[in-house]
Ligand binder design. Structure first.
Ligand code: ADP
Length: 437
């Protein structure tokens, strides 16, 4: 349409120019009449452009002054564009309104953070949950969520999981904080009161811990009597059942011990007292010696590439490492080989347990650290496994800011490695240095 109206305008102007020249020729003034036409034509164009400028300046209300030709088309296009913009604006305003209503209705606090971690916007719930006030916009978010775990979470920029911190408004309540990144450097912080959830979790933990604890005494009594019967002159037909009962009592005892350990790991924070120096080479030496004494233990090699130790909880680390080494013994045939390697690099310390055992199919690997997850339930039971070993390893490592990596090729073997951060490492000579978390 634009193309045809502009060419129409050119034809019209050209036609009028020719007509004025012809009329001028008839009366004997062809050039004068052409010049007169050009002056009138130019004047008309100036007049139209002034009208357009005034219409735009006055807010371009309505369809614009009535005009014909190309100027009519210009007004028509501008008017149509304005109408479309208005519609779009209305739709956007509707969306914005809906978004506002939605976030206001949310029971969780929502804060939009700028690139510099300043508060750009927050919903009503943020006032109640975090104690924010209207004029707190523009303030740094750390001024309101003053907790070392939150600062570490915010600045580490790994928002794949959520953290739990005490509420800044009510110390007795707990908040689950999650940050979601969107757009260029913009983030949405969501804070939810998780006190009830935590309370339920604690109740479940306490229940498991109490039941496990209550089971300890009857198991000890049973074990004592069974040992007595085993060593005594019991009838021949009872020998096998007594032996089987003894084995099952030992299994139940290790299950109860593992459950108690998990309950303790879940409920306790690593306190200052447990930031002790742990001599890893000697700890590993002890575990490997005990493992070698087990029936059916394959060749086991301990490689110490570092004599550094770790700051941490000796009992917890011993439990984690022995779980990994005992698993390797359990799932590797007698003619296989296990290598336990302690090494150190710029990133920190690494304990790797490699075996040439049956290996694990890739689909099982993400679930191995879940409680009671076993690739082959029957086989694990037969080997005296509880299904809790790798959960314990995961808990212990996370309490030492360490990471567990599992690599495995079915039929060839597995490699379980624990990666400790540099700040946990300590050279044997420097063990007097105090650990700062
Ligand atoms: P379990 O007491 O059954 O060994 P874990 O939590 O220690 O429980 O391990 C979970 C499962 O992971 C085991 O049942 C076993 O299937 C698998 N697994 C663990 N370590 C190894 C290993 N070194 N080689 C092969 N499979 C393993």
């Amino acid at each position: 349409m634009h193309q045809s109206s502009s060419s129409r305008e050119i034809y019209r102007a050209g036609g009028l120019l020719l007509l004025s020249f012809l009329l001028g020729s008839l009366i004997g003034y062809p050039y004068e009449s052409t010049l007169l036409f050009l002056i009138v034509f130019l004047g008309f164009q100036f007049y139209q452009s002034f009208r357009l400028e005034r219409w735009l300046r006055d807010g371009s209300k309505g369809a614009g002054p009535t005009s014909s030709g190309i100027w009519g088309d210009i007004y028509y296009h501008l008017y149509r564009r304005r109408k479309q913009d208005k519609k779009r604006k209305k739709r956007l305003a509707g969306f914005l309104n809906q978004f506002k209503k939605l976030t206001e209705a949310l029971p969780d606090a929502a804060i939009v953070l700028s690139v510099d971690n300043d508060i750009e916007w927050f919903n009503k719930a943020a006032e109640r949950v975090l104690g924010l006030k209207r004029n707190d916009r523009g303030e740094h978010v750390v001024n309101f969520l003053r907790h070392p775990d939150f600062s570490a979470y915010l600045y580490n920029q790994d928002y794949s999981s959520q953290i739990t911190i005490p509420s800044p408004v009510d110390g007795g309540r707990e908040l689950g904080i999650r940050i979601v990144s969107y757009g260029a450097g913009q983030r949405l912080l969501l804070a939810q009161d998780v006190s009830e959830l935590k309370q339920l979790e604690k109740m479940r933990n306490d229940f498991v811990a109490n039941v496990s604890h209550e089971l300890k005494t009857p198991l000890t009594v049973l074990r004592g009597y069974l040992e007595l019967m085993e060593s005594g002159d019991s009838p021949k037909e009872f020998e096998k059942p007594i032996k089987r009962m003894g084995e099952q009592v030992v299994r139940m005892r290790s299950l109860v011990d593992d459950l108690l350990l998990i309950a303790r790991l879940e409920s306790e924070k690593l306190n200052d007292g447990s930031h002790e120096f742990v001599n890893i080479p000697s700890l590993l030496g002890g575990i490997c010696t005990a493992a070698k004494r087990l029936d059916g233990c394959p060749e086991l090699v301990l490689e110490l590439h570092s004599d550094s130790g770790l700051y941490g909880d000796a009992k917890e680390l011993e439990s984690a490492f022995s779980n990994l080494i005992m698993n390797a013994v359990r799932y590797t045939p007698v003619d296989g080989k296990i290598t336990v390697r302690w090494s150190e690099s710029e990133q920190g310390g690494c304990l790797a347990v490699e075996d040439s055992g049956e290996g694990i199919a890739a689909r099982h690997i993400p679930f191995l650290t879940k409680r009671f997850y076993r690739v082959d339930r029957g086989r694990s039971r037969e080997q005296g496994g509880t299904g809790l070993g790798l959960s314990i390893v995961k808990y212990v490592l996370s309490r030492h800011q360490a990471e567990l990596k599992i690599e495995s090729t079915p039929g060839k073997g597995s490699r379980f490695s624990c990666h400790f951060p540099q700040q946990r490492m300590v050279e044997v000579d420097n063990k007097v240095v105090t650990f700062l978390s």
